[in-house]
Design a protein around this ligand. Structure first.
Ligand code: ZN
Length: 266
């Protein structure tokens, strides 16, 4: 599943290629994208210019010149492809947004392009102007330990699951929640409301360090890679680099949590 660093990377990748360009056609190629963007919506999108591409949590926002936005989420396996119009469509293309050539000082600079949403599982979504109600960005520079503590303190749910709840904190997925908890030395089963102020400080540092680490690694991680480039994620049975204990795995909310029983405490 694409995590925050990969989503941020996708935004950086497409922004210079689509910003300032006018939409000339929107073609859904799958029942789900057809449902999400009705014929009426598609007609109204034609003629709009994409003024920017930004991110909110793991949602990507294609900001339009009328103040609305297309909201994309990769879910498990989505991605963008930008290619010349008329080129053969990639396998698993689900939505094509055709963009007019960029007009630069009276002359047409480049040919027209297609921005294509690809997804083998067809779970990725693109909706129009439905911005989800989510918490502050996990990597926001102005997020304080007190604010983090306040977002988490209202629930008895395990801290790992609270971190994955996008309404509390936006952007953390299964990999970086586990990595952040290891860095903070916190047992993933700790009830969120038991988190102490010092632990919140460590956790915030851990979140930032784990995400920075992720940004340095280019490309998307596939589970089962022989040497996982993480501290705990996908490393069950391997040695903890901090205390030498074998990394363990447990199931929380139907998903695997990796952690170190030696140095992650309640
Ligand atoms: Zn350890």
């Amino acid at each position: 599943m694409p995590e925050l660093p990969e989503v941020a990377d996708a935004v950086r990748r497409i922004r210079p290629r689509v910003r300032g360009r006018r939409i000339v056609a929107v073609e859904p190629l799958h029942a789900a994208t057809r449902r999400a963007l009705s014929l009426a919506a598609r007609r109204r999108l034609v003629g709009r210019t994409i003024t920017d591409v930004t991110r909110r949590g793991k949602y990507q926002l294609l900001v339009l010149d009328d103040g609305t936005q297309l909201v994309a989420h990769f879910r498990l396996d989505g991605d963008w492809v930008v290619q010349g119009s008329g080129a053969p469509l990639p396998t698993h293309a689900r939505l094509v947004i055709e963009l007019a050539p960029r007009a630069a000082a009276g002359r047409t600079s480049r040919g027209s392009n297609s921005l294509i949403l690809t997804d083998p599982r067809a779970l990725a979504t693109v909706t129009w102007d439905l911005i989800p109600d989510i918490g502050p960005e996990a990597d926001a520079a102005n997020l304080t330990p007190d604010a983090l503590l306040a977002r988490l303190a209202s629930t008895r749910t395990a801290i790992k699951l609270a971190l994955l709840d996008q309404r509390r904190l936006a952007g953390l997925g299964n990999i970086y929640a586990a990595e952040a908890l290891w860095r903070a030395g916190i047992d993933p089963r700790t009830p969120a409301k038991d988190l102490t102020r010092p632990q919140a400080t460590h956790l915030l540092r851990g979140i930032r360090a784990a995400l920075r680490d992720g940004e340095r690694r280019a490309g998307r991680y596939r589970t089962g890679t022989r040497t996982a480039p993480f501290k705990v994620y996908d490393r069950a049975g391997a040695t903890c680099t901090r205390c030498g204990t074998a990394i363990a795995a447990l199931t929380q909310g139907g998903r695997t949590t990796y952690w170190c029983p030696g140095c992650q405490r309640r």
